[in-house]
Design a protein around this ligand. Structure first.
Ligand SMILES: C[S@@+](CC[C@H](N)C(=O)[O-])C[C@H]1O[C@@H](n2cnc3c(N)ncnc32)[C@H](O)[C@@H]1O
Length: 280
């Protein structure tokens, strides 16, 4: 069975273990450091042979079961992803490149494609293309007449993306915009394209998320969807002891979106965390 490390972004979130159990559990798990965060209202049990911790009783929110993804369970999830051949080839080529951990995971790409299909999207925008894995997943899901505006500042990675758009037969659906994403989004607005997009995906500079979001909210129609990646930021957003600038930016962004009455929201713990927003 293949290892999760082969699939890019981290699959597991930090384990949360009650303080009174921490001593007996600190030495578990093969060569991996587990950070224990005291959280007294939660009670956990270990799931038979799977290593997944399951919340069995939660004084604050009521009884429920929430499974943490383990490598074994994530392998299982990936075994149920229908990844098109051309996406698999792109993922494998990108795996040898610098920054390959930035690529969305196959299960995330499948969710993006599903959202494009559910919303019947025809006009999409992606902010942060890299070698094109998520863009290609979106372009493949679009109808023949559909269009994806793909914003990326790095010309070198765009060469790979363009090659795969061509190989997949979707290059005619993709408008590649080389440059700073903010500039591209402002030009689209100046061109009178406000309210004309159905779907947007944000996956570029984390400190700029609020600016991207504000511009995309203007570009997307009512009922349109904006998806934002990395909202859990390797679990750091939940840890009050972590206060580096990117973590703080993402935490502030998450707080702002939570309060934002212009959108309905759902934070999905897939990959590094994705928030799905629907413009009201
Ligand atoms: C996380 S990666 C995108 C990964 C991509 N969604 C995928 O699944 O392969 C972020 C990308 O955003 C690009 N980027 C960062 N800041 C940018 C900006 N201000 N304007 C345009 N692109 C930017 C980076 O060059 C990088 O390729």
């Amino acid at each position: 069975m293949s290892c999760i490390c082969c699939f890019g972004k981290p699959a597991t979130l930090p384990y949360v273990i009650p303080q009174d159990l921490s001593l007996s559990l600190t030495t578990t798990r093969r060569n991996r450091v587990i950070r224990f965060i005291p959280y007294k209202s939660l009670h956990y049990v270990r799931c038979c042979s799977t290593d997944a911790f399951v919340v069995v009783k939660d004084n604050k929110y009521g009884n429920k079961q929430v499974v943490s993804l383990t490598p074994m369970l994530y392998d299982y999830v990936l075994s149920k992803v229908r990844e098109p051949e051309v996406l698999r080839e792109l993922r494998e080529e990108t795996a040898t490149m610098r920054g390959s951990q930035m690529q969305v995971s196959p299960d995330q790409a499948q969710l993006l494609a599903m959202l494009v299909q559910i919303t019947g999207a025809r006009k999409c925008i992606e902010v942060g293309v890299y070698t094109g894995y998520s863009s290609l997943a979106v372009a493949l899901a679009l109808p023949e007449s559909g269009c994806l505006v793909a914003c990326e500042r790095d010309e070198k990675v765009l060469e790979v993306a363009r090659r795969y758009f061509e190989r997949a037969g979707v290059l005619h659906k993709v408008q590649i915009k080389h440059g700073l994403a903010i500039d591209t989004l402002n030009v689209l607005l100046l061109n009178g394209e406000a309210g004309s997009y159905d779907f947007a995906f944000i996956d570029a500079e984390k400190k700029m998320y609020m600016e991207y979001f504000e511009l995309l909210l203007k570009l997307v129609r009512v009922g349109g969807v904006i998806v934002i990646d990395n909202v859990l930021w390797h679990g750091k957003v939940a840890d009050p002891l972590v206060n580096d600038s990117r973590t703080v930016s993402l935490r502030n962004f998450n707080n702002a979106i939570f309060e934002d009455e212009r959108v309905s929201i759902s934070l999905v713990p897939i990959g590094d965390g994705m928030t799905i927003c629907r413009k009201l």
